[in-house]
Design a protein around this ligand. Structure first.
Ligand SMILES: [Zn+2]
Length: 509
């Protein structure tokens, strides 16, 4: 009789910006909360809503030729936001634990995690979750987790799992490949491979905009690691971290997993870490002032011979916990009379509802942030015209969400001055041109595009804008790359580049 391998599928994905409002149960329910068979039903859909890793892992297992059956536990995810509400976290962890116990005996656990979650009562919910899983399944059942490359890695996360696999791309377009890698390595472990893990965390935090993988110091770390993988090495993960998590385990980290032996893993881990540390001065931003960006956009609107350009409000990125509703850029463009601009996206549920009530073609005096004014999210009044309405549901076309079911909530395309602004209800960064196309707009017709996104828009808009036509605007916000703007309380100190005299003594083994 063939033995059937039983693999638990689960995930609790959140990137926590400690300066953003708490991520409550609703934040998860409105994006993804599936338990038991709901997970299998979603996997079977052509455009799943689940994080891509889950269906990708299942497909890879199906293709492996191994007789297996999934044990669906719970998969939940929220848009990046503040720390998870601890009560919701504990309740969900308990549900996961009960379902895991009911699913025993298990031959493996696959966890799709972001890895930069904090809670209102814990710095390290990811570690707490992994620890629970280990306690349930015992020491001999493989536990493999994939992580976003913006994960903050704790010792507990490393110690409670067998293999941690982080993305290699930023913008993130390799979730599928990393899930397949998790499947392959789990199968290898069933054949007797014993992972040995080397882990180093550097006293180095960097703004997210400096952590791209096309080029730059972080790309060099990743490429060095991949180029030096040998048969003795099962996985190399150079994890960028998420500085706004503001935790004691922040810092660029390197995790190298060896096959049956630690020596080679430690050696490579040390070399990658050394390279990152020696390059620490290169993790620098190159921002454009608001005045400079507005001047370029005004010129683009007046002079059709200028190439179109894209401008990112990197400081208000919903993909990093931003609210998607700061008004500095929009107001400056309206005041300057800039033309030919598409703006994606401004998040304001009350304004979207008002536009729906007014109807297509209606004009009214809009108040942006009338009901959501806060620290960075100022009130802004302007006459608008409703150009189009949508329910906000679509399928991602290009980049990080290609093929995935998406939802911006009730949405409207408003004309504000000479600017076409997508106003949505659910926080989503402007990473995919689909948000404009949903309203019949063609990006190729725009003279300038403004996105609230840190970097993932680069993969969505790459067919329109080459890197030299991309600009990152320096304005205030919850995800500003200017780290000196923030009152960090829990980072390990000293930490480079906030503390210039920081030293690192090497791997210590
Ligand atoms: Zn990320």
């Amino acid at each position: 009789m063939t033995e059937i391998k039983r693999v638990a599928l689960m995930g609790f994905l959140l990137e926590s910006n400690s300066f953003a409002p708490v991520s409550d149960e609703q934040a998860f329910r409105s994006l993804c909360y599936m338990a038991g068979d709901e997970i299998l039903e979603d996997i079977a859909k052509p455009n799943a809503s689940l994080p891509v890793e889950i269906p990708s892992f299942a497909e890879a297992m199906n293709r492996s030729g191994i007789a297996w059956e999934p044990a669906p536990i719970v998969v939940t995810a929220a848009e990046p936001g503040g720390p998870v509400d601890q009560v919701f976290f504990e309740r969900t962890k308990d549900e996961m634990e009960q379902r895991l116990r009911a699913a025993m005996p298990l031959d493996g656990v696959y966890i799709a995690e972001h890895g930069a979650m904090t809670g209102t009562g814990s710095y390290d919910p990811d570690g707490d979750l992994f620890e629970m899983v280990r306690a349930v399944v015992g020491p001999d059942v493989p536990i493999l987790a994939t992580l976003d490359l913006h994960a903050n890695i704790s010792e507990k996360m490393v110690d409670s799992t067998d293999i941690l696999i982080s993305y290699l791309t930023n913008p993130h377009v390799d979730q599928k490949e990393r899930a397949e890698e998790a499947c392959d390595l789990m199968v290898e472990m069933w054949s007797g491979m014993r992972p040995e893990v080397a882990f180093i965390r550097l006293p180095l935090v960097a703004p997210s905009v400096t952590l791209l993988t096309a080029e730059g110091p972080y790309a060099d770390m990743i490429n060095y690691g991949q180029a030096h993988k040998t048969n003795a090495i099962a996985n190399v993960s150079a994890v960028a971290g998420f500085v706004f998590g503001d935790t004691p385990m922040n810092g660029i980290a390197v995790i190298v997993t060896g096959r049956n032996e630690l020596g080679a893993a430690q050696e490579l881990c040390g070399k990658i870490a050394e390279q990152g540390w020696n390059d620490r001065d290169r993790f620098r931003t190159n921002l454009t002032s608001l005045e400079g960006a507005v001047a370029m956009m005004v010129a683009n609107g007046k002079d059709a011979s200028r190439p179109a350009q894209i401008f990112a409000d990197v400081a208000d990125n919903p993909g990093g916990g931003g609210r998607g509703n700061t008004t500095w850029v929009l107001k400056a463009l309206v005041d300057a009379g800039a033309e030919g601009i598409c703006f994606s996206n401004f998040i304001d549920p009350a304004l979207a509802a008002k536009a729906h009530a007014a109807g297509v073609g209606a004009s009214f005096d809009a108040v942006f942030n009338e009901q959501s004014e806060s620290l960075y999210s100022n009130r802004f009044e302007a006459p608008v015209k409703v150009l189009a309405l949508a329910d906000g549901k679509c399928v991602g076309r290009r980049g990080i969400w290609a093929g995935r079911a998406l939802n911006l909530g009730p949405s409207a395309l408003l004309q504000v001055g000479e600017i076409k602004v997508v106003v949505g209800s659910l926080r989503k960064q402007g990473a995919d041109p689909v948000w404009l196309e949903m309203f019949g707009l063609d990006v190729a017709d725009a003279r300038s595009v403004v996105v609230k996104s840190r970097g993932h828009f680069r993969a969505g808009y790459d067919e329109y804008f080459t890197p030299e036509r991309i600009f990152e605007i320096d304005v205030p916000g919850l995800t500003s790359p200017v780290l000196s703007n923030f009152d960090f309380k829990h980072l390990p100190r000293p930490v480079y580049a906030l503390d210039k005299d920081t030293t690192w003594d090497g791997p210590g083994w």
